[in-house]
Design a protein around this ligand. Structure first.
Ligand code: IMO
Ligand code: MG
Length: 431
């Protein structure tokens, strides 16, 4: 113990990678448990600036074991590229292990993701087009191929032939696309398997032995609560659960083994892709936040939609994750703001509510109700103690904490590893 789950509290891109990179100095293991390379976790550390899509953000500590759990869908081409990029920058990757139970993203998944987005036309979800949805479809439909299959050519070939018969029928008849060659996919994936061989294992004993030793394990969430398949703004969601409960399933531990659930929130809100976002600012303030914070997708480069902090959605996220505490990132972006707003309720057709609605059509009609707080003019990026923060910045953190109903334990004031401060004494205070 302890096992900590770090989860995205909003629509993704909350700075989970940075927080993990800052706190993993005190960890023994970091586990990715959901999503795939739709994630884009940016870290700025002494090795350089990295945007990791699959490899856990603990990889920069040579003694931290990094696990890609069974709940992740793995594109081996992306994984190999990421390993190569890290090695080029002098980062050791021998501590990386990929679960043999994790499902593979295949070339027809990425293709079908693109084709299906085109077919949806104006109703497109705005996916990252990394094949995530189609790969999870195959997992649940029992037609997926797993990382462990890469190690047995005959088994891989048999499963591939059966699945590709169906995929090629779909590609040619529904999408009028040319079929993919089984032979090409087979030889390409056998090559990936040969290259990844040393990293593939049953990760269950590793994780359970670590728990038994009392190691500190961080579960690195991908995406955010409002992109959850069940609880997000369906159908504008992703295809796996980013929630803390999924950290148990996606790594093979029981839910009682998770000691702390740390929600990562940005000091404002962003969303990339389609779907409603009640506090979106389509004005100069939204544009200002985007440019100041560099809010462009780490995976797709798309401009992110920016807006004020939505505490209705935030409180919902605290609940469905069972968060024990929160980390607030990007607070420095508000340096120099005369005032800052927090959404504390919605009006839907004139009726006030503080509950996040179920139906996306209702979320689309939400008119945010704001509380306005005084801003601060000081630059906060070099501050190393919470008590040194401007009074109004502390007031903002306190207000969020009470609206969320969740203690804020860390505040991040910039992209670099050391730019994080503890709000209250914590075993993870950065030294
Ligand atoms: P991290 O881990 C932000 C969004 C996509 C799209 C929707 C569905 O960096 O926080 P998908 O490709 O998953 O089928 O797309 O989900 N999305 C993310 N948005 N951060 C992410 O990950 C995301 N992963 C998926 O933009 O709206
Ligand atoms: Mg991201």
């Amino acid at each position: 113990m302890p096992v900590l789950a770090l989860v995205g509290g909003q629509w993704g891109d909350e700075g989970k990678g940075k927080v993990i990179d800052s706190l993993a100095a005190n960890a023994n293991m970091v586990v990715r448990y959901a999503g795939g390379d739709n994630a884009g976790h940016t870290t700025v550390n002494p090795y350089g600036t990295f945007r990791l899509h699959l490899i856990p953000s603990g990889i920069f500590y040579p003694d931290v074991r990094c696990v890609i759990g069974n709940g992740v869908v793995v594109n081996p081409a992306v994984l190999l590229r990421e390993i190569a990029e890290l090695r080029q920058h002098g980062v050791e990757t021998h501590n990386l292990v990929v679960s043999d139970r994790a499902h593979l993203i295949m070339p027809y998944h990425t293709l079908l993701d693109k084709l299906e987005e085109q077919r949806r036309g104006p109703g497109a979800i705005g996916t990252t087009q990394r094949g995530i949805g189609p790969a999870f479809v195959d997992k649940v439909a029992r037609t997926g191929l797993r990382v462990g299959d890469l190690l047995d050519g005959a088994v891989f070939r048999r499963r591939l032939e059966s699945t590709m018969e169906q995929k090629n029928a779909l590609l040619t008849s529904l999408y009028a696309h040319s079929p993919l060659s089984v032979d090409d996919v087979y030889s390409q994936y056998m090559d990936y398997g040969a290259q990844l061989h040393a990293h593939i294992a049953d990760t269950l004993p590793l994780i359970h032995d670590a728990m038994q030793r009392g190691d500190t394990i961080m579960m690195e969430g991908a995406q955010g609560a409002l992109l959850d398949t069940d609880f997000g703004t369906y159908p504008y969601v992703t295809s796996s659960s980013p929630l803390a409960a999924s950290a148990a399933l996606g790594s093979g531990i029981g839910p009682t083994c998770i000691d702390r659930v740390i929600g990562v929130f940005k000091a404002y809100a962003t969303r990339v892709g389609s779907g409603p976002m009640p506090t979106e600012l389509k004005d100069d303030t939204g544009e200002f936040i985007r440019e100041k914070a560099g809010e462009y997708g780490a995976t797709t480069g798309r401009p992110r939609r920016c807006g004020w902090f939505d505490s209705v959605a935030g409180k919902f996220s605290v609940r469905i994750n069972g968060m024990t505490e929160a980390v607030l990132t990007h607070l420095d972006i508000f340096d120099g703001f005369e005032s800052v707003k927090i959404c504390t309720g919605y009006r839907i057709d004139g009726v006030l509510t503080t509950e996040f609605p179920t139906m996306v059509e209702m979320v689309e009609r939400c008119q945010p109700v704001y509380e306005e707080l005084p801003g601060w003019s000081e630059c906060t990026e070099h501050i190393s103690h919470f008590s040194q923060l401007p009074t109004n910045a502390r007031g903002y953190v306190d207000a969020l904490s009470s609206l969320l109903g969740c203690r804020v334990s860390f505040v991040s004031l910039g992209p670099r590893r050391e730019q994080i401060i503890a709000v209250a004494p914590s075993p993870f205070t950065h030294s």
